[in-house]
Every structure is written in structure tokens, then in C-alpha cells.
Unconditional design. Structure first.
Length: 94
């Protein structure tokens, strides 16, 4: 049961009828995290599936990551592309 308080009319109207486009801040934070995760997964997946592409100089930023991912092989790249697709689908759903 909702208890009515004595608010001015404009505040009562905002409480009873929130704007249609208002979203919690948490939704925005999750959307940003999913977007960044999707971008990282896609780039790394493409680098793993297509070695020697024009994106290969990115590995100079973190050569240790390259050696670790190279051990996992091409299947890891495919899994990263699937992960990127999943993050993108969740991003568009938010």
C-alpha cells in the first residue's frame, strides 16, 4: 500500500509518471562495460583467427598477451568472436 504524502503537484506528477526515457545509472554502466567487452573480444578474436592481418601491430602494446593467446590457438579466437557477439547482443538489449 502506497502512502500519499503532501508533495507539490509537479513533484507528485514526476513520481507518478516518470519520463519514458529515464533509465537507472546502473543500466548505463552495464551498457558501457558490455560495449567495451564486445570491442576487445572482437578485436582479439579477429587477431587470433586471422594472424598476419593489418591489426597485428596491436600486439606490440602487450607482447606477453600475444604469447599467451598464441598458445591457445585459433579455437580461442573463435570463442572470443562468440563472446563478442554475445556481449553485443546484450549491449543492444540494454
Amino acid at each position: 500500500m502506497r502512502i500519499r504524502r503532501a508533495y507539490p503537484d509537479n513533484i507528485r506528477n514526476m513520481i507518478d509518471n516518470p519520463p519514458a526515457d529515464s533509465r537507472p545509472v546502473g543500466d548505463l554502466a552495464i551498457s558501457i562495460i558490455l560495449f567495451i567487452s564486445a570491442a576487445i573480444a572482437f578485436i582479439t578474436g579477429v587477431l587470433m583467427v586471422l594472424p598476419g592481418s593489418f591489426l597485428d601491430p596491436i600486439w606490440t602494446l602487450n607482447p606477453h598477451a600475444y604469447t599467451e593467446f598464441a598458445i591457445l590457438g585459433r579455437n580461442a579466437g573463435i570463442l572470443l568472436l562468440i563472446l563478442g557477439g554475445t556481449c553485443t547482443a546484450l549491449f543492444w538489449d540494454c
